[in-house]
Design a protein around this ligand. Structure first.
Ligand SMILES: NC(=O)c1ccc[n+]([C@@H]2O[C@H](COP(=O)([O-])OP(=O)(O)OC[C@H]3O[C@@H](n4cnc5c(N)ncnc54)[C@H](O)[C@@H]3O)[C@@H](O)[C@H]2O)c1
Length: 432
């Protein structure tokens, strides 16, 4: 029987705990043996769940890195701006890293990380979880098999629902680049940029143009007579689409890991506790039109690749329905699908008399998987962990896992798109 691999959680927030849960369902493959997090209650929660000693608890990644290595790898679920600073010393300490996205906040940082992983001879897998979903994996497989020929164009879209937009990018942790280090494009749609470049694997992007703005969530767009906190001073709360009561009390579990962060010290908060929190200093109780957000609410990106092919990504926050879709057009056919449907269509050019094209539907039939056995993101979260364990055991992982050098192009496009948008010009991307 193979020995389980061991991991230390760095940044015991909701993402890292989600990946670590693989150890609960597959104890023969993975054991969690330590934690690093400045918050004592988060350290304690992890220690109690995975039953290791106090000696294996650390206040920071940096403190952990100073101790002799005692696990195979790190699950790094710190916030965006901490990914590189926390990972560098851990690579030096000898750990492999499962690292959340976006894995860097700018080009220089990203290069530093890639170079360090190389010189230390360590493996880093990026939590681009959508690659690991049956939907995107099957599309990539078809592309790699040449089913639609050479890709001429990729159209990707991400519609970020009104409640996701408000919780993440207006009231929440990714509402200011000066705090999280990430633009909305990088925080939210670096997945989609990664998917585009993964579909175009081996071909470098050569230039990028982008437009976007914060159209809606600004003081001058606020409805007449609005307040500053929904449950304190807002006379129009009952009519408002963005009422904190409607988003976080009427749907108490939907964004619980964000909206109730500030009352985490209360074991099982009641509705009364939650309302009191939204009325006091909880950031999720603020009016969406008078927050301190400085990121866009929609952005469009146009990409030119070195082989002359092109791609677009439209990220739109504030939609009624959340949606991700991709449409690839190749020299022999096309693939079109919506992630939420877990199925896509392949069309082939058919020049025969009386025909135009043929069509086949690939139904992955994994709808129950969206939050089921393989975790969130359509099953991508835990499949990613499974793949990383395979890599560390020297086994062949799925098509979804590629070296970190292959995750770089999506981030290069994202950083360049933000420059393009800010400076209103096309940004050339130099070959790697
Ligand atoms: N892959 C995805 O689809 C996906 C989805 C959502 C979020 N994310 C990313 O996951 C990351 C984590 O998000 P989250 O909401 O779980 O964050 P979180 O804020 O809940 O957790 C981060 C944790 O890091 C700890 N921390 C801070 N400094 C530290 C240090 N020096 N050493 C060790 N720990 C430290 C914090 O105390 C906190 O507990 C973010 O980068 C986010 O962008 C990825």
């Amino acid at each position: 029987m193979k020995k389980p691999l061991t991991a230390v959680i760095v940044g015991a927030g909701h993402r890292a705990l989600g990946y670590a849960a693989y150890a609960l369902s597959h104890p023969d493959e993975l054991q969690i043996v330590g934690v690093a997090d400045p918050l004592p209650r988060r350290r304690q929660k992890v220690r109690e769940l995975y039953r290791f000693s106090e000696d294996s608890c650390f206040e920071t990644a940096e403190a952990l890195a100073q101790k002799p290595k005692f696990a195979d790898f790190i699950i790094n679920g710190t916030m965006d701006q901490q990914h590189v600073p926390t990972t560098l010393p851990l690579l030096e300490a000898g750990y492999h890293i499962l690292l959340e996205k976006p894995f860097a906040t700018n080009l220089d940082e990203m290069q530093l990380l890639v170079d360090k992983a190389k010189t230390c001879g360590r493996k880093i897998s990026i939590c681009h979880v959508l690659r690991y979903t049956p939907f995107y994996t099957a599309i990539r497989q078809k592309v790699a098999e040449g089913t639609i020929g050479d890709i001429i164009n990729v159209q990707a879209l991400e519609h970020v629902s009104y409640h996701h937009m408000a919780v993440g990018f207006v009231r929440g942790k990714w509402n200011k680049k000066s705090y999280s280090g990430s633009s909305m494009l990088m925080a939210k749609s670096c997945h989609d940029l990664d998917l585009i470049t993964w579909m175009k694997s081996g071909i470098n992007p050569s230039s990028v143009a982008s437009f976007g703005s914060n159209l809606q969530f600004r003081p001058e767009k606020a409805p007449k007579d609005h307040g500053t906190r929904c449950l304190v001073d807002c006379p129009i709360e009952s009519d408002c689409l963005y009422s904190a009561r409607k988003h976080y009390i009427d749907h108490p579990d939907r964004w619980a890991f964000y909206s109730w962060d500030s009352i985490e010290h209360i074991e099982n908060p009641t509705i009364k506790d939650k309302i009191a929190s939204l009325k006091s200093d909880n950031p999720y109780g603020r009016c969406v039109w008078t927050c301190d957000n400085d990121v866009v609410d929609h952005q469009s990106v146009v990409i030119n690749f070195a082989d002359g092919s092109t791609a677009t990504l439209n990220m739109i926050g504030g939609s009624a329905k959340p949606q991700r879709a991709i449409h690839l057009i190749g020299t022999k056919g096309e693939i079109e699908g919506r992630f939420e449907d877990s199925k896509f269509v392949i069309r082939h050019i058919d020049p025969r008399p009386g025909h135009e094209y043929s069509e086949e539907t690939i139904d992955l039939n994994v709808e129950g998987d969206m939050t089921g056995a393989f975790g969130g993101h359509g099953g991508g979260d835990l499949r990613l962990v499974r793949d990383f364990l395979q890599i560390l055991r020297g086994e062949t992982p799925s098509i979804s896992s590629t070296p970190i050098e292959d995750s770089v192009n999506g981030h290069r496009i994202g950083f360049s798109a933000d420059h393009s948008m800010e400076e209103s010009r096309v940004i050339e991307i130099l070959p790697q």
